[in-house]
Design a protein around this ligand. Structure first.
Ligand code: MEV
Length: 332
C-alpha cells in the first residue's frame, strides 16, 4: 500500500476579509496550526474519507463520478467534491482512502475548510504521482471554495494555505477568469494571540445570505465600508514596511469597527476584543467570516501571556501560534 501524508496551514486576516470577496485587497497570513491528510492507495474503487471532526464518508469511483455517496456528516461532501474533481482532472480510475486530522478548530475563521482542501489536494495528487505547484492550487480549488462559502469567495485563503507567508492578496478578473494578485509582505516577527470563542462561525450564511441582504438594504454603507477597509489595507501595508507595529495594531482595531458596523461581529468576539485591548494588546479584530469563530490580538512579545489570560477570562480559548510560515507540504 502506498501512502502520502500532506499538510496545509490555517490563516488569519490582518485586514480586508469580506471586502476581499468584492475584489478589494486583504492582508492574510498563514499560521502555525495545520491540517494533516494521509492518502492511501486501495485495490478497489472505493473512496473513503475518515475525518477526526466529521466521521466517515464513502463513495464509489465509477468512471470518474463519485456515486453512492454515504456520509456521517454533510460537511464531508465538499471533500468528496474535491476527490471527484481530482479524479476527473487527473483521470484516476482507482479508489483511495483519506485520513484527515486537524489542529484547526472547525468553522473558527482560521480557514479550516481551506486547509482540508489544500492538504487533501496535495496528498491525493502526490499519491498518484502528480506534482502540482502550490501557486496552481487556486485554479483547481477556487470553484469548491465558492460553493463552501455560499456562492461567492475571494480565494485569498487558498493562496495563503497553499503558498504560505504573509501577503497582500486581491482577487481580480482577467479575461473572464478569476486570478489572484499577490504581493509578499516579507517575513514578519509579529506576536499574536488568537481567541477562539468556540461559537461556530457560519461563513456560508454570512457570505451567501447576510452580504446580499445588507448590500440590498444599505448599499451606500456597504460600499463605504469596503472603501474604508481598502484604505486600512493600504495604510497597513506601509506600516508593515516601516515596521510600525503600533500602527498595524491601530489599523486592525479600525478594521474591526468597520466590520462591526455592518453586523459581522458577535457579542462574544466583542467581549474578547475588549478584554484583549484592556490587557494591553496593540490591536484586535475578528478574523474570517465573523458571527463567531476567532478574533486575534497583536501584542508585544512580553504581553502575550497577559493578553492570553484576558481572553481566557471570557471563557474563550487562547491560542498562541507563529505566523507567516510554510504553505502546503508533503510530510516525511
Ligand atoms: C472567510 O474566511 C473570509 C471571507 O472574506 C470570505 C472569502 O474571502 O472568501 C469572509
Amino acid at each position: 500500500m502506498k501512502q502520502v501524508k500532506a499538510s496545509a496551514p490555517g490563516n488569519l486576516f490582518f485586514a480586508g476579509e469580506h471586502a476581499v470577496v468584492y475584489n478589494y485587497p486583504a492582508i492574510v497570513t498563514s499560521i502555525g496550526k495545520r491540517t494533516f491528510v494521509t492518502a492511501s492507495s486501495r485495490e478497489d474503487i472505493i473512496v473513503e474519507i475518515e475525518s477526526s471532526a466529521f466521521g466517515i464518508a464513502t463513495a464509489k469511483n465509477r468512471n470518474g463520478q463519485l456515486i453512492e455517496r454515504s456520509m456521517e456528516k454533510k460537511e464531508l461532501n465538499s471533500v468528496m467534491d474535491l476527490c471527484e474533481k481530482v479524479i476527473q482532472d487527473f483521470k484516476i480510475s482507482d479508489g483511495f482512502s483519506l485520513k484527515i486530522e486537524s489542529e484547526i478548530p472547525v468553522e473558527s475563521g482560521m480557514s479550516s475548510s481551506t486547509a482540508v482542501l489544500c492538504a487533501s489536494f496535495c496528498a491525493i495528487t502526490e499519491l498518484f504521482g502528480q506534482h502540482v505547484k502550490p501557486e496552481k492550487y487556486f485554479d483547481s480549488l477556487y470553484p469548491l471554495q465558492v460553493k463552501i462559502h455560499g456562492g461567492k469567495a475571494s480565494g485569498a485563503e487558498i493562496y495563503s494555505s497553499s503558498v504560505g507567508g504573509f501577503n497582500r492578496i486581491q482577487k481580480v478578473e482577467e479575461n473572464g477568469k478569476v486570478v489572484q494578485k499577490v504581493k509578499s509582505l516579507g517575513k514578519q516577527e509579529f506576536s499574536v494571540v488568537i481567541g477562539n470563542t468556540k461559537v461556530r462561525g457560519p461563513t456560508a450564511l454570512v457570505v451567501g445570505v447576510h452580504h446580499p441582504s445588507i448590500i440590498k438594504r444599505f448599499p451606500e454603507l456597504v460600499r463605504d465600508s469596503w472603501k474604508k477597509i481598502e484604505k486600512i489595507v493600504k495604510s497597513m501595508q506601509s506600516a508593515i514596511k516601516k515596521g510600525d507595529v503600533v500602527k498595524v495594531g491601530k489599523l486592525m482595531t479600525a478594521n474591526q469597527k468597520v466590520l462591526s458596523k455592518i453586523m459581522l461581529s458577535h457579542p462574544k468576539l466583542d467581549d474578547c476584543i475588549t478584554e484583549a485591548l484592556k490587557a494591553g494588546a496593540l490591536g484586535a479584530k475578528l478574523s474570517g467570516g465573523g458571527w463567531g469563530g476567532v478574533m486575534f490580538a497583536l501584542v508585544r512579545k512580553e504581553d502575550e501571556d497577559k493578553v492570553a489570560k484576558a481572553i481566557e477570562s471570557t471563557g474563550s480559548e487562547a491560542i498562541i501560534t507563529e505566523i507567516g510560515g510554510e504553505g502546503v507540504r508533503v510530510e516525511e
